[in-house]
Design a protein around this ligand. Structure first.
Ligand code: SF4
Length: 173
């Protein structure tokens, strides 16, 4: 078993300062880097970055990030909710490791666009029509798949046609 015990920690995510929802992580002592290529092989749509020992996968509106010593999720109401959401991912790590001889590990990676690359293509007017304080926060949430491009209405004006096309190309799966 790769993860025997773990501790849950809640924290305020940088993309939601002052909000009433939290991000959360399960921290453990063992290094799970060696299971990531196996998870990459079985989780559809996963983004694996071998150089950073990180694998990310989206489940509905939730983003789950696997790091060597922690598994993090982008949204939890409280400690109990975080435990409920993180437990299945911890079990998946352990089960995948036990079944590794049946799985061909996948090393290929497809990096996600950075929030800065996204930010540069937004209108950068901080108009707040998307209900975010700044375009930068919107870009960060877009990178994490917490917002959709359509929610930036100015981007769909003719003046931003080229930027919109570039952004759609950048963030398309
Ligand atoms: S609606 Fe678009 S332009 Fe306005 S703040 Fe949000 S991301 Fe920026």
């Amino acid at each position: 078993m790769l993860i025997e015990t773990y501790e849950i920690e809640l924290y305020t995510p940088p993309w939601n300062p002052g909000g009433d929802r939290f991000a959360a992580r399960a921290r453990f002592a063992g290094n799970i880097s060696k299971v990531l290529p196996y998870l990459n092989a079985i989780l559809r749509g996963a983004h694996y970055v071998p150089a950073m020992n990180t694998l990310m996968v989206k489940q509905g509106e939730l983003l789950v990030a696997f790091h060597p010593y922690e598994i993090a999720i982008t949204d939890a109401a409280n400690h109990t909710d975080a435990e409920r959401q993180l437990k299945p991912w911890i079990e998946l790590v352990n089960q995948t490791w036990e079944r590794r001889r049946e799985i061909t590990p996948e090393q290929s990676s497809r990096p996600r666009p950075t929030h800065l690359a996204i930010y540069k293509l937004l209108p950068n007017t901080n108009c707040r029509q998307c209900n975010e304080l700044t375009c930068y926060i919107f870009a960060t949430k877009l990178m994490l798949s917490l917002r959709k491009l359509e929610e930036c209405k100015p981007l769909f004006e003719p003046a931003y046609e080229e930027q919109r096309a570039a952004l759609q190309d950048l963030i398309s799966p």
